[in-house]
Design a protein around this ligand. Sequence first.
Ligand code: MRU
Length: 341
Amino acid sequence: MRTIDWDIKKNCIVMIDQTLLPREYKVIECSTIDCLCEAIIKLRVRGAPALGAAGGFGVALAAHESKASTLDGMMKDIEATGQTIISTRPTAVNLSWGVKRVLNAVEDARNIKEARLFALDEAKAIADEDVEKNKELGEYGAMLLENGDTVMTHCNAGRLACVDWGTALGVIRSARAQGKDIKVISCETRPLNQGSRITTWELMQDKIPVTLITDSMSGHVMRMGMVDKVIVGADRITQDAVFNKIGTYTHSVVAKEHDIPFYVAAPVSTFDFERMEDEIEIELRKSEELKFFGSHQIAPLDVEVYNPAFDATPMENVSAIITENGVFYPPFLLEEVKIKI
Ligand code: MRU
């Protein structure tokens, strides 16, 4: 099934619980906003494009849940709920984009029934478009890969980070579908191990060769000539930087040092070109994520911890940005990208 979807019979959101992978593949249901927000905060659903769909379905769920007897009352309910959903994770721009897109779609509704219908239709459109855009993006990105390439990636920018197909891993899937022999090196992605738990699992499901390394090995493998290209996803792209999972910046610096192309694959919905890096809030997560490995304590309980979920890679470290509208190269002229957008 898709990473996240709407169950038409039960009128609820269904999603693959990513916290359980790779040990267990389980689909969970969210029929309340509290359940959805918990799922987002705990990363049961995660990855920028999947969060866009979660935001959209969240507003549809809020419209369904609302007990308001007037359209005005319902609009107030879903706007407030939209803000609650947005506040769960501040860095990935797709979450607020998905919420706002569905709120806008509901504005033309003439009654409550129509509002519920419009909200769900728009949320489903976000999900369907995500799959289409990833496939388009994949085709553009595949042109950058040569037969025999080994691609290093960080975190999970695959089908589980999206509704389906994936961005960074979508490029690899598209290249493989064209018959190119592409191998992947996946960084484990501490502290929550999206790389070792999810990227490796997802690639192995598709029989795509993947080798797991720790994040701290990336410099070594690049220096040893084991990496031809780096491809990562993005949570937000401002005029001057790419926000992605913590550790991405370090890989970009090493890639630059060794003349290895550093590509970012992301749909246009991830662009926030109106803003600059210093305007963006980086999500800080709980210290327990560093002090425990699962239930196993790995640091003194009272140690001071700094746990940012994302970092920013300056544009000068990015070789190209792959989108569904084409591949953009430095100097990433705002006007040019905007026109294409
Ligand atoms: O904290 P996460 O797991 O939501 O972080 C996800 C990432 O950083 C991904 O690389 C990014 O969202 C791109 S997903 C196509």
